[in-house]
Design a protein around this ligand. Structure first.
Ligand SMILES: Nc1nc2c(ncn2[C@@H]2O[C@H](COP(=O)(O)OP(=O)(O)OP(=O)(O)O)[C@@H](O)[C@H]2O)c(=O)[nH]1
Ligand SMILES: [Mg+2]
Ligand SMILES: [Zn+2]
Length: 359
């Protein structure tokens, strides 16, 4: 158990063992849970199945953290960054959907479960399964202060320990706004930066920018300020930069196409290709007038570059709802960037990435 845990909502340090344990009641309020005299583990575990701990150090309403958030040492906090409609929510849903594949996880020596069981089940039921099973697109994320999107515990048999991992998916509009509060950036252990090829001039159409994604700059500057890295060339923050929506690129682009030829599940678990993929994605972006999108790769260390498609093909809009025209979406290469981040954060063996994979 970590002695103190940083609350990702307000950045205050929470004395974990002393933080109040509560249950949520039906109207969203909290009720204290106290272990009864002589209550055995099984009965207590049953009562605390959906328990939370409170961060009460901030002003106003206490922040509700998953009950076991601080039970496994310092939690990992992973955020997804990119401008509005870059494809962050689809990418995160595709990534987290892959983590429910017990067989693939066991090949990596990982066991994955919900840390906040209620939130995890709700996210899978309302977002991930309709997306992966029924081809239902995901709505834009409302602009507002970041909340937990999902929280997992991960047992890594190769590293011989457990991790609490929290994911934050924030609206691109909010991220790109200098004045909007994004406190979890101060606690972030790793970030996924989503490059939207449709915003790069000349890649999928004649419109678009040549200067990069404004949300990348805002986020990198905020982190530098929050953590005292201003004036330093590199920031010690693992980052995976993902060229998303690659289904729109691959058929015309040699550097992209080669990564989509082998779609076997085994290939996606193999981190030895990350170095070569990073080189190709770097060459691709820098040769196509998209150097601006390489900012996270240049600033964050270690960092990797990837190609991925969360949907496999474009969605169509029917009666205001985005749907797959083929009945279902087929994410491609969405797991590998997350596994690369896991390796950079020590959930998987960092040496799996190879010596020079990370910049
Ligand atoms: N062709 C294609 N379209 C995609 C892909 N991923 C997402 N999209 C489309 O991109 C649009 C935006 O996706 P979102 O995941 O909602 O984008 P976001 O970055 O979460 O946007 P905000 O929540 O507004 O910040 C949707 O219309 C998706 O259908 C992909 O891999 N390929
Ligand atoms: Mg979103
Ligand atoms: Zn707090």
């Amino acid at each position: 158990m970590a002695a103190h845990v940083r609350c990702p909502i307000c950045l205050n340090m929470v004395d974990w063992a002393r933080a109040e344990i509560v249950a949520m009641n039906a109207d969203g309020g909290t009720e204290p849970l106290v272990r009864r005299e002589g209550e055995d583990d099984l009965a207590w575990n049953q009562r605390t199945l959906n328990a939370y701990r409170l961060c009460e150090s901030g002003a106003g309403e206490p922040h509700v953290l998953p009950g076991r958030y601080g039970d496994f040492g310092e939690p990992l906090v992973i955020g997804v960054v990119g401008e509005s409609a870059a494809g962050k929510s689809h990418l995160l849903a595709a990534m987290l959907g892959m983590l429910t594949d017990v067989d693939r996880m066991s090949q990596l020596g990982l066991v994955v479960g919900g840390l906040d069981l209620k939130r995890h089940q709700t996210y899978l039921r309302d977002v991930v399964r309709p997306f992966l099973d029924q081809g239902k697109g995901i709505d834009g994320t409302p602009a507002g202060p970041p909340e937990f999107t999902d929280a997992l515990w991960i047992h890594s048999s190769r590293m011989g320990r457990n991790f609490a991992v929290a994911f934050f998916d924030v609206s691109g509009e909010w991220l790109a706004n200098h004045d909007a509060q994004v406190p979890f950036l101060g606690a972030a252990s790793a970030l996924v930066f989503v490059v939207d090829p449709t915003r790069i001039r000349g890649l999928t159409g004649s419109s678009g920018s040549v200067t990069g994604d404004p949300s990348f700059d805002v986020v990198l500057n905020k982190i530098a300020h929050l953590r005292g890295f201003e004036g330093e060339e590199f920031m010690p923050l693992p980052a995976a930069v993902v060229v998303g929506k690659s289904d729109l690129l691959r058929h015309h682009e040699v550097l992209v196409e080669r990564w989509f030829r082998d779609t076997s599940p085994e290939e996606e678990l193999d981190l030895r290709t990350v170095e070569a993929e990073s080189e190709d994605a770097y060459a691709f972006l820098s040769s196509r007038g998209a150097r601006g999108w390489l900012a996270p790769f240049a600033r964050c260390t270690p960092s990797t570059l990837h190609f991925a498609s969360s949907t496999g093909h474009g969605a169509v809009k029917e009666e205001g709802v985005q749907r797959s025209p083929l009945g279902g979406f087929t994410p491609r290469r969405t797991l590998k960037p997350l596994l690369a981040l896991f390796a950079m954060c020590g959930v998987l063996d960092p040496t799996d990435l190879g010596q020079e994979a990370v910049g």
